[in-house]
Structure formats: C-alpha cells, structure tokens
Design a protein around this ligand. Structure first.
Ligand code: GLN
Length: 249
C-alpha cells in the first residue's frame, strides 16, 4: 500500500471508529412518518418528513456537526433495522420500555408522553373512562405501547400498520377506540373538522420517548446525548417544543 493510501485507510478507520471525529458524517436515522406531530409527511412536499422529532434530530446534528438522512420504515421494523446496523439511530416517538432496553440503548428522555383513547363522539356516554373499554374492540398500531395497554383492557384488540389506518377503522365502526400516545390522539382530533370523535378524558401510563441506537453503539449514543444537552442549555429545545406543542399544532 502506498503511503497516501495507507494514510487514507487509517483516516477512514479512525472516522469509522470515532463517530463525530470527522466532519459531516451522515447518520442514518429511521422513523415511521404517520405519527403527527412527531413525524409525518409534509403536505407541501411529499418527499419531506416533518415534525417535532425531525426538528430535534436535525438540531442535535447541527450542534454536533453531523448530517442526518431520514429513512422511512414501518414502526415494527425500526428496532430490527438498528440491530442489523441498517440504521444508526431511530427517532419515532418511541417509548423507553424495559422490553426494548433489552435490545437497544436509549438516549436520555427527550419528551414526556402517555396514552389516551379516541372514541366516536356518539359513544361518549358509554365510554367515560378507559375501564369502560373492557371487552370492547380496541385498535392501535403494531408493535406499539398502545396495543400492549389495550390488551390489558380487552381480549379484542386489532393492530394495524399505522395509526391512520386504526382511526379509519374507528370511523367505520370496526372498533370502539384507538389507543395511542395522547399528543398524537389530540393532534388527530384537532385535524378533524367534522366533530365525529372524542377523547376519553383520562391519561394512562406515563411514558418517556428516547432516541434508540443499537446496543453498545456508545459513539452515536454519546453524540446524541451531548447534542441534546446543548439544545437544552441553549434554549433551542424549548423553541422546538413551543413550535409543535403551543401553537395550535
Ligand atoms: N410511543 C409508542 C411506542 O413507543 C408509539 C410510537 C409510534 O407509533 N411511533 O410504542
């Protein structure tokens, strides 16, 4: 190997080992873009994914000096894609759970969430509390904490690829409720002008979202946590938060 080639190989190796050492590395970040306001397809430009999570990961990348390539995939494909190193990270409103922590590492929590249920308004008298859904048919998204919770309430649970499909099933009266993260349910309610839906006024299972990386990928985890810390300190996090959660979104 010539000296210059050897130098090149050494530099490439160093870059591969020490994430962030070389400028402008690109991190492949997976998401599932049917989860507004966290991630969803931009109406103005269908090739673009927008949302709170996307702003957070881009701001972290800017603070840490790397680039982000957003990769769209089904929610239940994200962890397998991390495990097989097809992704460097996943940001998808993903709740930090003990089960998932056996497979992936999470950054420090970046958002406090929890579950709620959307029902048809015409059933608001029947379903006043989550416990009233006992033995009802509940819909949600595959691989989701909402589905796990639904199974505790009822033996009659249907899991769809996406939440929008679950909401369509509710509208068609194929199920009595959709259970998912409360901010996602509330975004959905605000986007519906016909007034067909209501939310059961109860908050279940407080949860926190984290960005996931393959277990042991400490370089990327450290860069994400450091970047997130910078956003907290600079006030950037608060700006992004109010853009998505205090402006009618
Ligand atoms: N927070 C829920 C979970 O982690 C839903 C995530 C999602 O559907 N994007 O399972």
């Amino acid at each position: 190997m010539s000296l210059s080639l050897r130098k090149f190989a050494a530099a490439a190796l160093a870059a591969a080992i020490s994430f962030g050492a070389a400028a402008e590395q690109t991190l492949k970040v997976g998401t599932e873009p049917t989860f507004p306001p966290f991630e969803y397809i931009d109406d103005q430009d269908k090739s673009n994914v927008i949302g709170f999570d996307i702003d957070i990961i881009n701001a972290i990348a800017k603070a840490e000096g790397f680039k982000v390539e957003i990769v769209k995939m089904p929610f239940d494909g994200l962890i397998p894609a991390l495990l097989t190193s097809q992704l460097d990270a996943a940001i998808a409103g993903m709740t930090i759970t003990e089960e998932r922590e056996k497979k992936v590492d999470f950054t420090a929590p970046y958002y406090d969430s929890g579950l709620s249920a959307v029902i048809l308004k015409e059933n608001a008298e029947k379903f006043k509390k989550l416990a009233d859904l006992k033995n009802s048919r509940i819909c949600g998204q595959i691989g989701n904490t909402g589905i796990d919770f639904a199974k505790k309430l009822s033996g009659n649970v249907a899991a769809f690829n996406t939440n929008p499909e679950a909401f369509l099933e509710l509208r068609a009266k194929g199920c009595d409720a959709v259970i998912t993260d409360k901010p996602v349910n509330e975004f959905f309610l605000r986007s519906q002008k016909e007034g067909l839906y209501a939310e059961i006024p109860e908050f279940a299972e407080v949860a926190q979202f984290g960005i996931a990386v393959k277990k042991g990928n400490d370089e990327v985890l450290k860069a994400l946590n450091e970047g997130f810390d910078k956003l907290r300190k600079s006030g950037e996090y608060d700006k992004i938060y109010s853009k998505w959660f205090h402006s009618g979104n």
